[in-house]
Design a protein around this ligand. Structure first.
Ligand code: SF4
Length: 479
């Protein structure tokens, strides 16, 4: 286990392990969708709860400075240390510095999207510190050297046979395909590490400003082991995770587990307020909270895009997304996938870096329908498409000039009836040049982006004629 675990990406990974991503993803997400529907049906006040959750998140992001200041005071007065990280690099340096000061050689980690975001494992390993993921799904993808492909089920793309093959190869054993046996094998490896690690690293689902409490919602006991067994606990949490008080938490606990896994409540809900107070108590001697900005303040400045910060990372939007279910999480090229990834990554990394993601959607709206905090995902996707095409105060347009020009002409054609009709008459002229067996293929750029993968029907100016004939027939049949 001392081997360094760099992310190698899906392409490299797929050379080693047989892939059946859409099938595995569809089976798992369908289970979650069914479970969510059953739990939601049990709560007649579900819609009111969603509205309250949405209102609390809205209020919090609008007053984030107030709540973060309160949080810092409370964590500090409980004996914890608060660090502010403006960038991912700052966050990595803070964690490495704490590790260096405490002569840390080995770290155990619980599941955390924030540490995926800053690629912390990579930095720890580069500094010669062994970092072991202890959530079963995270452990599997660490062995496989990939990132997560789902927010709450990181190894959702792998079937049990693939996991058994991975364990056999990496742990040099003959692993069975029984999931219970596989979990037992992982537990044996991990238990030893919990006992010897000097530092535990976690993320956090919520930060309660009222008392400075870190809330962790998990289904495996590893979170508790990571945050109580080593003498040092470092939590890396996005600033957007702050909530005002315990009363707000009761709303989010009802929303989160039901939306994520179809449970009434997750198996473990852990509350951490500072380090242990007295000798003999459970818990670490030192508690550090790294508050990660990494672009979140910039997102706050966009009045439409900032709703993304309301997210409570339940993954329900991915489970219902027809695009995610067919391409899987790696296609998003980011630590966070699915519809939430499509609206978060372009805002966090810039529309230049992730210009395709706002288009990775059919705009069917299923994501917004299930989102427990009512984030208007399709509205933000359309807003980001406009930002990608036209540029904004943060970055210039990210679309190639030709596509932008085509979009301008298309909008003129759609706005002026006679231009549209005239263009529709002209287009069929090009058909003979590209026609093959009643289809068009080999079209020039930008239409070749379509015809490279599938043929295009020939252009025609017959739609209005067809529509008129159809309407006339309908009228006849009604007489
Ligand atoms: S956007 Fe909504 S549905 Fe998607 S992960 Fe966030 S809270 Fe859950």
């Amino acid at each position: 286990m001392s081997e360094t675990h760099h992310y190698i990406g899906f392409e490299e990974y797929s050379k080693h392990v047989p892939q059946s991503i859409p099938l595995a993803v569809q089976q798992a997400t369908s289970r979650f969708v069914g479970g969510r529907a059953a739990r939601v049906a049990e709560l007649p006040q579900w819609e009111q709860l969603r509205q309250i959750g949405s209102d609390i998140r809205q209020h919090t992001i609008e007053n984030m400075d107030v709540y973060l200041t309160q949080l810092e005071q409370k964590v500090t007065s409980a004996g914890g240390h608060v660090h502010w990280a403006e960038t991912a690099e700052d966050a990595r340096e803070i964690v490495l510095q704490i590790a260096k000061e405490n002569k840390v050689k080995s770290v155990v980690k619980s599941k955390s999207m924030a540490t995926e975001e800053i690629e912390l494992n990579h930095a720890l390993e580069a500094a010669g510190i062994e970092s072991l993921e202890t959530d079963l799904g995270e452990y599997i993808i660490q062995l496989a050297r990939t990132g997560p492909s789902h927010i709450i089920v990181p190894a959702v793309h792998l079937k049990k046979e693939e996991i058994a093959a991975l364990f056999s190869e990496k742990l040099n054993i003959n692993a069975p395909t029984d999931p219970i046996e596989l979990a037992r094998i992982a537990r044996e490896v991990l238990r030893e590490k919990f006992l010897s690690a000097q530092m535990g690293i976690s993320g956090g689902n919520f930060l309660i400003a009222e008392t400075g409490t870190l809330v962790m919602v998990t289904n495996e006991g590893n979170g508790r082991m990571c945050t109580t067994m080593p003498d040092l606990h470092v939590a890396v949490v996005g600033i957007d995770k702050v909530i005002p008080d315990w009363e707000s938490l009761t709303v989010f606990l009802k929303l989160l587990a039901r939306s994520a896994t179809g449970q009434k409540l997750s198996t473990y809900t852990q509350f951490i307020t500072g380090p242990r107070r007295e000798e003999g108590e459970f818990g670490p001697k030192e508690f550090h909270l790294v508050l990660l900005d990494n672009g979140r303040s910039k997102i706050l400045r966009d009045p439409i895009g900032r709703d993304v910060l309301k997210c409570i990372r339940c993954g329900a939007c991915a489970n219902v997304c027809p695009v995610y279910k067919n391409v899987g999480g790696f296609a998003y090229g980011s630590f966070i996938s699915g519809p939430i990834g499509a609206i978060l990554t372009p805002q966090m990394n810039g529309t230049q870096a992730a210009r395709e993601l706002p288009y990775a959607s059919t705009l069917c709206g299923a994501c917004a329908d299930v989102c427990p905090v009512k984030i208007p995902i399709p509205t933000i996707l359309r807003h980001l498409r406009r930002r990608v095409a036209q540029g904004d105060e943060f970055s210039p347009p990210a679309m190639p000039v030709l596509i932008r020009t085509t979009a301008v002409f298309t909008s003129i054609a759609l706005a002026w009836n006679w231009v549209y009709r005239f263009g529709a008459q002209l287009l069929p002229i090009i058909n003979p040049f590209f026609r093959k067996n009643n289809w068009l293929s080999g079209m020039p750029y930008p239409l070749n982006r379509w015809t490279k993968v599938r043929p295009l029907p020939p252009f025609g100016a017959r739609f209005r004629r067809w529509w008129n004939v159809r309407s006339a027939k309908e009228k006849d049949s009604q007489r």
